[in-house]
Design a protein around this ligand. Structure first.
Ligand SMILES: Nc1ncnc2c1ncn2[C@@H]1O[C@H](COP(=O)(O)OP(=O)(O)O)[C@@H](O)[C@H]1O
Ligand SMILES: [Mg+2]
Length: 333
């Protein structure tokens, strides 16, 4: 199998008593576009700072393009583009001048440098501000300068920390489209706390909360999850619950909410492809109870995120990770 673009094993980071990243493990394969999703304070930026060699882990290790972030940090830096949470820019520099400086620093060859800068200015839609002082740019423009900077040297791996923060809705869409295009040529790990962004561009989502990975699945996998029946019944709660539990075709009955004698249940069926709506409605009505709603519903990323973040009752898988491999003890020359 190809070397993973990103290989994280049992990574932990604490700041004093705050456990910001708590024993996380995951891998990203070359060419994947992965969303790193989590609420504020989940540990996204801390993880990304470790992956990009800007901060040491407390324990565990990470390899990017096969190189250890701790022992081979220069090798790692040559292969990544990083858009940090707060883009560090030099206020007295002009956009084009800054990118030229960064391109030189990153060893972008003289031949083709101008063309590459033009390409990045174009892609990140900042050509019109190329001669503006960085100090005068809005947060949205600064963010896009940061993205242009990250992609300048055509690194195989892009680590983008909230690339759309500070942008207006139109800019968000443009930036997401740019990232989607980049996904074809680079491995991309992008963090966000906005679900819709992941749904729009990512092929896979890793959800992190309170420093821990709670969920890791492809968007295809999520779409292929079994649908559930959702039924809202008016009737004595206990009797309705018992009745539903007695239905042979059902494997699980979970009351999601109750309002007086009105209860919403989520039901799982033995045969996930069977649509039981009409049959169930008939049986419930035969008891003299009312059916206010009856849907066949697919699990959405929204449901999963809620379940993970609020720890409610939808089960979410965390895939098994391979056993840890000893990191290379030899520092890079
Ligand atoms: N430099 C730091 N010193 C102390 N605590 C920190 C520092 N950076 C982050 N934290 C804490 O670590 C946790 C994770 O933060 P962070 O990685 O920034 O989360 P996210 O990017 O997901 O919002 C938070 O509780 C935050 O307060
Ligand atoms: Mg952050």
């Amino acid at each position: 199998m190809a070397t993973p673009a990103i290989d994280v094993q049992n990574l932990t980071k604490s700041y004093g008593t705050v456990l910001a990243v708590d024993n996380i493990s995951f891998q990203v394969q070359p060419g994947e576009l992965v969303g790193f999703l989590g609420p504020n304070g989940a540990g996204k930026s801390t993880s990304m700072r470790i992956l990009t060699t800007w901060q040491p882990a407390s324990s565990g290790y990470a390899r990017l393009a096969g190189f250890d972030v701790m022992y081979e940090s220069m090798e790692v830096r040559q292969r990544i583009g990083y858009l940090p949470e707060n883009v560090p820019v030099y206020p007295e520099m002009r956009v084009r001048e800054y990118l030229t400086y960064r391109a030189k620093l990153k060893g972008v060859e003289r031949h083709g440098r101008t063309a590459r800068i033009d390409y990045c200015l174009e892609k990140c839609r900042i050509k019109e501000v190329q001669n503006r002082l960085l100090a005068t740019l809005s947060k949205g423009y600064r963010q896009r300068v940061g993205l242009a900077d990250a992609m300048l040297a055509k690194p195989p791996i892009l680590i983008l920390d909230e690339p759309t923060s500070g942008l207006d809705p139109v800019q968000i869409n443009e930036t997401l489209n740019t990232i989607k295009e980049l996904g074809g040529q680079h491995t991309v790990l992008l963090s966000t706390h906005i679900l819709g962004e992941v749904e729009k561009v990512c092929e896979r989502v890793i959800i992190i909360n309170k420093g821990r990975i709670k969920f890791d699945e492809t968007m295809k996998g999520i779409a292929a999850r079994e649908p559930s029946h959702v039924i809202e019944v008016r009737g004595p709660n206990a009797a309705v619950t018992r009745f539903l539990q007695d239905q042979q075709e059902l494997t699980s009955v979970v009351a999601k909410s109750t309002d007086g004698d009105l209860t919403t249940f989520e039901l799982k069926t033995k045969d996930p492809n069977k649509d039981l709506r009409e049959e169930l409605a008939k049986r419930v009505l035969a008891h003299g109870w009312g059916v206010r709603r009856l849907d066949l519903r697919r699990v959405s990323l929204d449901d999963l995120f809620d379940a993970v973040v609020k720890q409610s009752d939808i089960s979410v898988p965390v895939p098994a990770v391979p056993p840890p491999v000893e990191p290379s003890p030899t520092p890079a020359a």
